[in-house]
Design a protein around this ligand. Sequence first.
Ligand SMILES: [Zn+2]
Length: 421
Amino acid sequence: MKKIFLILFILIVSILAYFYFFYRNESLISLLETTEEEEFYIDNYSIFGQHLNISGCIDEVIDNDLSLVLKNEEEDIVLGGNFYKNENRTCFKISDKINDGIFLDDLKIGSYLLLVRENDNENLKYYTLQNKTKYENLEYYTVTRNDKNNKINIIFDISKEKNYVEFKIEEEKLKDDVYDIVIDPGHGGKDVGSSGTLDGTTYYESDLTLDIALSLKEKLERLGLKVKLTREDDTYLEPYGDGGRALLPNYYKSKYSISLHLNSAYGNMNYGGVEVYTPNDINYDFSIILANNVAEIVGYSKKGTDKISNGVYYTYFTKQDIENSNSEMLEKNMKPYDIKENSPYMYMIREVGGINTGAYIDGRNDYYGLNNYYNSNITAEPYLIEMAYINYNKDLNKLIKDKEDFAEAICDSISEYLNIS
Ligand SMILES: [Zn+2]
């Protein structure tokens, strides 16, 4: 008898849930009927780290106030948009910085239409958006907070008379193979990286970065974050191809990728301090926090080239670098890559960031393999930190004796930036 009640209960709940979702979706579609005839089109959109960047236009001049909104029956969530006129068109670009724009982790649970809202003397008009990019639906998980995540589905629907973009946001824990952050201890196995000697013992970059990464993982997990290391022991990782180091942050759908390295200076043995490497022309808030916190242990690097601010750096391909690369590839009988001038030089920044950061390992040369994500419009936000100089005794001493301090400083930077404690 009990069983029958249970089955009946499940049946009723299922029917109610079906009607609830059906009604919600229908109400969203009924909103479409109140939109204007003309529509905007999206010419670019991408998710980099925790931000959605989006741009587009409409083929007419609109003089009234415009803003991008997420709308459902209850409310309009205003996202901004930075609208401007461009000849006979009206365009928007949510941000010039790839790691800025719509902060996805703040969006509330619900189903919304992405619309452009025009304020015509308090009379509100709405325009739908059509996706004119080659990219399709996206799925994004927010960073874990209090053991919870939201899943955001951005859906481009062309099944109705009008094209529309739907944001479906629901609470859902990370799937097994999805992580918040990937920490990448540099080098490993046959690739020991740089080395330094103190009191007759030689220390290798690959060992020290692994020790610090293991400790950092533990600390971040104590904050409730789900963390994946690119390697957990002394193994060698290929940079590209299946299981390649540069692919792992995106394979695990992580929001951030932080590579840990140690510097070494040629000649000048008094070189020391921290250098944080970032993609170019981004919002540098996180890099600055990271550099400042690690500088409390070893100071800022004195390196003057490629410097953005104290301890923050950007290395890029110059015209000469590209010419060198092209002739080297030709000598090896390989096809030259499509390298853009001023794009990031370090592969863990360039390739992890995909097209946003100028990735080019596109499978044209078997020897290097393929970066499956080089053309992706959803990627992790990559950083690389040279925590200290391994061949500068003052730094090496700290690396051996105060290893925990480095893990602590990086953990504090992440928790400060993500506002998690
Ligand atoms: Zn290194």
